[in-house]
Design a protein around this ligand. Structure first.
Ligand SMILES: Nc1ncnc2c1ncn2[C@@H]1O[C@H](COP(=O)(O)OP(=O)(O)O)[C@@H](O)[C@H]1O
Ligand SMILES: [Mg+2]
Length: 435
């Protein structure tokens, strides 16, 4: 790619360290909407700054994981013609190191993942002349502090941070955004980005992004606001997401899965899902469900009895996999022992899972058959805990909601190619199953 034009805010990102007033700021923080052009110009400006001010120095580039930095930063960076004209860029995968050189100058940029345990260890021993945090609000505070701590012996070091907004009590908001332009040690230049600050984004792309998010995620990712979640978790679930019983559809064109949220006194919930390829993309249908609340019925059921219900629900369907509440170790073992189903411990990253599920609901790629009464009921009851200081859902009326989220994160995401690692059985399935 090439920067053929820059928006006013992007120009500031390129100028802040070079301007006469450059000494005023120690750090730059760009927050705001997705796809607003934060990452691409920050990383380019970071390289320019490092190459102008240092030689033989070491820098950090941090993201959620090393792989996400490679994909979202290094790959695009290598394709920037404007940079390649002046510098030689070499990325060595074995030690996650980018070397940038020109005219006798050479600097090293190491990649780190805020979520990777090994990165954590590695960063501890280094001295860095600058550190770049992409999507910093997704990293643990200890990692950010550790990274910044690595620069303290280099007086000219600077910090580069960007993120999409999160909960207003997040430390990036309270200690960085709210502290910007203040006389603190971090001396932060804060720039707030909107999609309009990306000069190449089209109206269609903006509309497409707007369609994907509702409620709190819309406020954060589109409007760029640090807002607290309120009210229903899935306000975007409407009649459009409810469809007639699955019975009449062609079963040979679908793949079937089951998701399970486990409870004894609390409710136990099973969802039977079909995934089909429709013109709008892969689409999931909740075909049928089983729901039992020990507390409400006064009857506690054993794992063996639950397993009977699982057999009943799956009867007549060929099930590709079952994902189960990761805390239900005994039930997972029981299913595995029976040897009839492939069982997976479900991915349980609540907020990311909700965000992903929410976008599928908005896209009408998550559909509920009208016979699934329990999940339709819980959609109307599942709410955010407005008293909490971080993003938290109320832990009531959340059982079908959890099994749905497990299904989306563990199976659906993997099949659409967004998921991190593809579990073995699905690889063949993706290759052989669709087209
Ligand atoms: N000035 C620009 N010139 C060319 N492409 C740009 C420019 N600004 C942004 N882009 C492109 O727009 C897309 C979104 O930018 P990105 O920096 O990833 O946004 P954000 O980090 O805010 O989500 C990327 O594909 C990026 O290359
Ligand atoms: Mg970005």
């Amino acid at each position: 790619m090439t920067f053929y034009k820059l928006s006013k805010k992007q120009r500031l990102v390129f100028k802040w360290w070079a301007a006469k007033s450059g000494g005023k700021y120690k750090s730059i923080l760009c927050d705001g909407a997705i796809r607003s052009g934060k990452t691409i110009c920050m990383i380019t400006s970071y390289i320019l700054w490092a190459m102008t001010k240092f030689s033989g120095a070491t820098f950090g580039i941090c993201g959620k994981t090393v792989q996400s930095v490679e994909r979202n930063i290094i790959l695009p960076l290598m394709s920037i013609a404007d940079l390649r004209k002046i510098y030689k860029l070499q990325y060595r995968r074995s030690d996650h190191r980018l070397t940038v050189s020109a005219k006798g100058r050479q600097n090293y940029f190491y990649l780190f993942g805020g979520k990777d345990e090994s990165s954590y260890m590695l960063i501890q021993g280094l001295t860095l002349s600058g550190i770049f945090f992409d999507e910093v609000a997704l990293m643990p505070r200890s990692f950010v502090e550790q990274g910044i701590g690595r620069t303290l012996s280099v007086p000219e070091a600077r910090y580069w941070l960007n993120c999409n907004p999160e909960n207003p009590s997040h430390f990036i908001k309270t200690e960085w955004v709210d502290d910007a332009d203040g006389a603190n040690k971090k001396r932060i230049l804060h720039l707030h980005f909107l999609m309009e600050d990306n000069p190449v984004i089209t109206k269609e792309q903006i509309e497409e992004a707007k369609r994907q998010f509702k409620g709190v995620f819309y406020d954060r990712y589109i409007l760029g606001l640090w807002t607290k979640p309120e009210g229903l978790v899935y306000p975007n679930f409407t009649k459009k997401n409810i469809v007639p019983e699955f019975g009449l559809r062609d079963r040979s064109k679908a793949r079937f899965y089951i998701s399970c949220d486990y409870g004894t006194l609390n409710a136990f919930s099973l969802g039977l899902w079909a995934i089909m390829k429709l013109p709008r993309g892969l689409t999931a249908f909740r075909v049928a469900e089983y729901y039992h609340s020990g507390r409400a019925t006064g009857k506690l059921m054993t794992d063996a009895e639950y397993y009977e219900q699982l057999l009943k629900l799956s009867s007549g369907f060929s099930i590709e996999g079952i994902c189960v509440d990761p805390s239900a170790a005994s039930f997972i073992t029981l299913i595995r022992k029976q040897g009839k189903f492939k069982v997976y411990s479900a991915k349980n990253d609540v907020i990311n899972g909700i965000r992903y599920t929410s976008s599928l609901i908005s896209d009408e790629r998550l559909l509920i058959c009208e016979n699934c009464k329990e999940i339709i009921r819980e959609f109307g009851l599942y709410v955010w805990d407005e008293k909490a200081t971080s993003d938290t859902v109320k832990k009531t009326d959340d059982h079908t909601m959890d099994d749905m989220r497990y299904f989306c994160e563990t199976f659906f995401k993997t099949l659409t190619g967004i998921g991190a690692s593809v579990a073995d059985p699905f690889e063949d399935f993706v290759k052989g199953g669709w087209e």
